[in-house]
Design a protein around this ligand. Sequence first.
Ligand code: NAD
Ligand code: IPM
Ligand code: MN
Length: 355
Amino acid sequence: MPEFQIAVIEGDGIGVDVTREAVKVVEAAAPLDDARFSWRHFPWGTDYYFQHGRMAAEDYLDQLAPHDALLLGAVGHPDVQDHITLNGLLLPIRRRFDQAICLRPAFLYAGVESPLRDKPPESIDMLVFRENTEGEYANIGGRLYQHSDQDVAVQTSVFTRRGCERIIRAAFEKAMTRPRRSVASITKSNAQGYGMVLWDETFTDVAAEFPDIETESLLIDRAAMEFVRRPESFDVVVASNLFGDILTDLAAIVVGSMGLAASANIAIDRKNLSMFEPVHGSAPDIAGQGIANPLAAILSAAMMLEHLDLPHASEAIHSAVKQLLAAGETMPPDLGGSATTEQIGDRIVQLVLEH
Ligand code: NAD
Ligand code: IPM
Ligand code: MN
């Protein structure tokens, strides 16, 4: 019987509530692949910061390393600047374990209404490949003459041929397995004449190896417009770190809610730790009320199961989510219902057990 040891960082705000439900659902699904899970919870996040002056133990990356995967809720607190909390916990994880591929699906489930008019169920089905280790998030730069009226900040983007190529190649390889076989590249090479031109050149080179794939290249501003005008036309989308970040919040709301947006941060070397987390943040506006939609976290956990090669367990969760949404009975407030976080988790567990 395969046994997996999973690191869990619930983090801040609604991250705590939704991760709890995700763990519960994985426990229910694991027997379908004859798998067993043990969970190691790490108390890191902003509460830890208030006590210890840092977001996590000094050797936190080493402590995480030996696990089979990491399930993360969310990080961020209204009383601490986000660049401190996020650079103290989440972002170094993506870099240390070389989690170069951030996978973010956006699917319009039956039973969920898009804020865009007249979108039939399942008509929107895209998969965003977000570069996850460099680009605009390289965290290179500095401040000069801080706290004076001469204040200067330099923030540098880093684009490498290797970094561009591995995310673009991953997007093409995935597109080959999807019926529509199409990849859209998002760029801004009209204004960013170095990094984004390297991105475009790499895209052209990789595309030449995949003659069966239809391609388009869109400037980010145009892409934002087309995500609203014709979201159903997108299949696989590949974008830099920052563009992928922005477009996946947009894609999430186009298919109904941030509460449904799952994501996987996949280590390029499979021996390294991969991390599974919802796209959304700690949502301070609804934190502590027990009403956050846990489906994004639950679907992220299903992506973890797929990554761990537990296809039946993963599929059972996907189909439970589909069933719950199609029935429209146990719906969270962000989808127009009044079910609590826990009630939704319980219902998904029930549907998984009936699978
Ligand atoms: P957010 O994703 O937390 O919230 C955006 C909006 O969507 C809010 O109105 C929120 O209530 C709603 N929402 C999000 N998730 C929901 C869910 N599961 N159910 C129902 N409604 C949901 O984005 P924000 O407000 O920009 O960020 C809040 C904090 O989270 C900030 O500190 C930010 O830096 C951090 N953040 C962390 C992560 C992460 O840890 N991966 C991701 C994004 C933002
Ligand atoms: C996300 C988040 C993070 C990001 C933030 C919290 C640093 O918005 O995972 O989408 O921008 O990568
Ligand atoms: Mn984001």
